[in-house]
Design a protein around this ligand. Sequence first.
Ligand code: MLT
Length: 312
Amino acid sequence: MAPRVLVADDLSSEGVALLQQAGLTVDVRVGLPPAELERVIGEYDALAVRSATQVTARLLERATRLKVVGRAGVGVDNVDLEAATRRGVVVMNTPGGSSTTVAELTLAHMLALARHVAQATASVKAGRWEKKKFQGRELAGKTLGVVGIGNIGSIVVARCLAMKMRVVAYDPFISADAAAQLGVTQVALEDLWPQADVISLHVPLTEQTRNLVDAATLRRMKKGALLVNCARGGVIDERALAEALASGHLGGAALDVFEKEPPPPDHPLLALDGFICTPHLGASTEEAQAAVAVAIAQQLAAYLTRGEVKNA
Ligand code: MLT
């Protein structure tokens, strides 16, 4: 009998077709309530998800046939890795497919902050014409501080160098040589904050990075600095960020990700002028979603049909 794959989140059709072409039996059942998912999971050898489905220890306990979970995307925050390991279930993600798309959103946020694009749009739509209020600043010649120069951070670096920015970076996993090849100066984390006019974070949420940007870090940043986070919520202490913006110490902040998504309507950042945001759209382009769906389908098929483990 062909292995059975449950596609539980909205995977691009290219990915589903590829699973079928590999001879797997594929059921697309998007948005099942957790109890229903727990009821049916025992019938499947593989589970394909994006970020919506929570692959909990409770679900994995009922997944008696499950061999592999495939996450079409980078973060595996929605998968209980410990429980999966305990049960011998392999967890795969697609670290490469959405990098350019996330980097492009990061650039969009940087430029939007520097030129007040979102605020000026709202102002014109409200019938005003406030040229003076929205005078911005050029990014050329300014210093970008990048925390994390992996798949996404390194693309942001290349684009910002092309915009004639100077780039300093912190990444404990990259050698000085590799950093020099990217065209960045590596600095200690504590030296990055006071140098940068614009700061962009590209790190996963781990015990080491939780609240990496807290009140003390924010105080070390240049007055007027712009901060962008298209990585993970929880890396920034959002209350401290709201205070730094409200006091005028920071010049602006853009978040694509929040500690709690969606943020509550009374979240202090949402009321601030210098704050702009998007609803975790980092990987949301047609191109990236097709790429991560194809990548995860290829990986699942390789594992289920040939026992090969690879992450693309
Ligand atoms: C990812 O981890 O791939 C991105 O944050 C986008 C997503 O969660 O879908």
